[in-house]
Write a protein that binds this ligand. Structure first.
Ligand SMILES: [Zn+2]
Length: 444
């Protein structure tokens, strides 16, 4: 620790005050990402972040990959710049929200019932605000991190990052020179097991994806006549087979690590063959954990035909396929077997799975920082069912963790907040996150 505990305490208090305003202001900047440039873009948010960083003496740069689609990057000099650097990344875009469905306007950043409400409150303007609050306070009081820290506030994560992380990694890799490790979404949130144990899930792995288009060609013809080669019938059967298919359970290192820790916390031996019973104990996060036990393929779009009395010559469907680290080949072979020879499968978007080990000094720093702020904290590894900008940073050989520390009340359906209606983050959770991040930066 570079400062006496009491000096640290008072400055962290100021950051705890600021984080709420930063989060609200970021939410009020609508950065909805429709995936097709029809949204407002991230430029205003990127400039807002740049201004907040420049105020405390950094020299942030704003990069615009496409008109309006901007990201901000800055580097903080550490005590020892010869050490490899740490990247802290967060995305600035959010998925769209339909205001009519919400209790509070999704772009108002309202504070009610102890929470900041709005689109992005947990995904992930919360972490953007926590990072800004901690960094600003540390720079104001001259508390350098032990090594260089690169900050990246990114566009376009919600549509795969082509105009954000992937763009910067591909065109400006020098921004991340010397970076070997990173933290970002989705991890560091709490799951209260009982009064003695609160697990904090650190993301050490994430599934890979194949977003696929399925096509069947058949014989076109009149809807009144016999047709044994109807593309819609063929495709529908294949889609139904796939949608109902239960892929086999494959316990990866991260999932096994999580289940071991969970079993230990619950004081029971968890049976990997009886996952339903295990998942039933997890409440809301079962949706995430359940999807990391096996590969998955969910049909999401169907399209074909143009008139009721015309049999079309082709039918198409789209499927969201996700595979576990180390199980891509098995996944593709299973798909082909289930779909059968009539279906042609092509990727509309594909990306790799990631997995790192749950060990080393950085993991130790996360665990220690959590424990210092929550005596019943236990940091555990887990696999994310979705994908994040970490996939892009992995291309630079950076070891990525999901660590955006947040203490949550047990009753909050955290997984349901992601892209959900009434997305909100507890104020106390944000302030907890600020304290943990600050300690983490002392020890990183
Ligand atoms: Zn996100």
């Amino acid at each position: 620790m570079s400062q006496p505990e009491n000096a640290r305490g008072s400055t962290v208090e100021r950051a705890e005050g600021e984080v709420v305003d930063l989060c609200r202001e970021l939410i009020r900047i609508d950065t909805s990402n429709y995936g097709d440039h029809s949204g407002p873009g991230e430029r205003a948010a990127a400039e807002y972040v740049a201004e907040k960083l420049a105020e405390v003496g950094l020299e942030p740069e704003v990069f615009e990959a496409h008109p309006g689609r901007a990201s901000t990057v800055a580097r903080i000099e550490g005590e020892d710049s010869s050490r490899p650097a740490l990247l802290i990344h967060g995305h600035l875009d959010v998925v769209p929200a339909n205001a009519a469905d919400w209790t509070h306007d999704p772009f108002s950043g309202e504070v009610a019932d102890g929470c900041v409400w709005g689109r992005g409150a947990v995904d992930m303007k919360d972490m953007d605000a926590m990072t800004l609050a901690v960094v600003r306070e540390r720079l104001r009081t001259g508390r350098k991190p032990p090594r260089d820290v690169v900050l990246a506030f990114l566009a376009d994560e919600e549509a795969g990052g082509l105009y954000g992380a992937r763009h910067l990694v591909d065109t400006r890799p020098e921004l991340f020179e010397g970076v070997t490790e990173a933290i970002g979404e989705v991890g560091g949130f709490s799951f209260t097991v009982n009064e003695d144990v609160r697990l904090y899930l650190i993301e050490t792995a994430q599934k890979g994806m194949h977003w696929m288009r399925l096509t069947v060609d058949g014989t076109a013809g009149h809807g009144s006549m016999t047709n044994r080669d109807n593309a819609i019938t063929e495709l529908s059967e294949a889609v139904a087979r796939l949608g109902r298919h239960e892929f086999p359970v494959r316990l990866t290192k991260s999932v096994r690590g999580f289940l071991d820790e969970l079993g230990d916390a619950l004081g029971v031996e968890l049976d990997p063959e009886d996952m339903d019973a295990t998942l039933a104990r997890l409440g809301g996060i079962a949706k995430i954990i359940g999807a990391t036990l096996r590969n998955t393929a969910n049909p999401t779009m169907l399209g074909s035909g143009y008139k009721v009395n015309v049999i079309p010559g082709q039918a198409t469907a789209h499927v969201d396929g996700r595979f576990l680290p180390g199980h891509e080949e098995e996944f593709l072979a299973d798909l082909d077997r289930i779909l059968g020879p009539r279906v042609t499968r092509s990727d509309v978007h594909a990306d790799k799975a990631l997995e790192t080990t749950f060990d080393g000094a950085l993991v130790e720093a996360m665990s220690t920082a959590l424990k210092a702020e929550d005596p019943i904290a236990r940091a555990v590894p887990y696999c994310l069912s979705g994908g994040t900008d970490a996939k892009s940073f992995d291309n630079l050989g950076i070891r990525c963790f999901g660590f955006a520390p947040l203490q949550l009340p047990p009753e909050l359906d955290f997984a349901g907040m992601f892209h959900g209606v009434d997305e909100r983050v507890p104020v106390a959770g944000l302030q907890f996150g600020v304290r943990v991040l600050d300690r983490f930066l002392d020890a990183c």
